[in-house]
Ligand binder design. Structure first.
Ligand code: SAM
Length: 289
């Protein structure tokens, strides 16, 4: 059990979100924190150096990327213990979201030190907020495997997922990935593709997966820039063990012949992926007729 509150002599690790393309999205609080900390850990010090220079902030920078994160943690923990505040930033958006920082945050928390988020831009949230697809339940997948076989296997595993799916993709693979989504999840599966979000050429393509693929192919700028792919989740009925393969009323009648109505509805729900209450009402109706 651990409770970490403000108010001791130790430093705080601030996780600071930076813009995903539009510098005006940097919050005043982010600027203040970056100006006040003793040290800034950055994924790419040259890249972040330019942002800090633009802000007129001059601070010692430590490089923290996937290949050296474990090694860097010790020295950052020592600085925090000595009372210095440290900020973590990535090249764009929110650190740790398909970016380095997980090991650092985990270990700093394990030491009982404070970690405080300075929230802001994040491509996944930006895309999802504008996609017009359900947001009550979503699954952020990040980058799919780069190779076709692995990518298709991953998509196959997600085919029946009912939550809205969110992927990041690079310009080199965007066409191949959208083609695979159409192939594996269905040409009509609804896709909203956000390109260059918050930037001058921000574009959203939406429609069935095959249509989005065609639109991207036709657009001369279609495979340039940065992309977030948002995909509508599977219909609920596709998620059960026998999804789409049975006549639901026939299944209910068979189960009701052997089981009490409530149990029959519960089992039918597990088999079909349909709601338990919906099936209970349906079973009641069948019994009465
Ligand atoms: N940490 C970042 C965030 O908070 O979104 C994501 C970093 S990840 C290494 C970079 C990927 O995020 C890109 O390849 C792209 O898929 C997505 N991305 C970042 N900025 C974007 C933008 N302006 N428009 C669309 N996608 C973007």
């Amino acid at each position: 059990m651990q409770v970490i509150k403000p108010g001791d002599n130790q430093g705080t690790l601030y996780i600071v979100a930076t813009p995903i393309g539009n510098l005006e999205d940097l919050s005043p609080r982010a600027v203040k924190v970056l100006s006040d900390v003793a040290v800034i850990a950055a994924e790419d010090t040259r890249h972040s150096g330019r942002l800090l220079q633009h802000l007129g902030i001059s601070k010692p920078l430590i490089a923290l990327h996937d290949h050296n994160e474990r090694g860097r943690v010790k020295s950052i923990v020592s600085q925090l213990m000595a009372g210095a505040d440290v900020a973590l930033i990535s090249d764009a958006g929110t650190p740790l979201i398909s970016d380095p920082g997980y090991v650092l945050v985990r270990d700093v928390r394990a030491e009982g030190l404070r970690v405080s988020p300075i929230p802001g831009p994040c491509a996944l949230v930006a895309a999802l907020s504008a996609a017009g697809l359900p947001t009550d339940r979503f699954l952020f997948v990040g980058f799919l495997p780069a190779k076709r076989t692995g990518r298709r296997t991953a998509l196959e595993e997600l085919r029946k997922e009912v939550a809205t799916l969110v992927f990041y993709e690079s310009p080199h693979r965007i066409l191949a990935t959208v083609a695979d989504i159409a192939d594996v999840m269905g040409a009509q599966r609804e896709v909203v593709l956000g390109r260059e979000i918050t930037k001058t050429f921000e574009t959203f393509y939406s429609g069935g997966a095959a249509d989005v693929h065609a639109a991207l192919t036709e657009d001369p700028h279609g495979s340039r820039g940065e992309f977030v792919i948002v995909v509508r989740g599977a219909e609920k009925t596709e998620s059960g063990l026998m999804a789409g393969a049975v006549d639901v009323d026939q299944l209910l009648n068979l189960l009701m012949a052997e089981l009490p109505l409530k149990k029959a509805a519960k089992m039918a729900s597990e088999l079909t992926g349909l709601g338990k209450n919906e099936l209970y009402q349906r079973a009641l109706g069948l019994k009465e007729s």
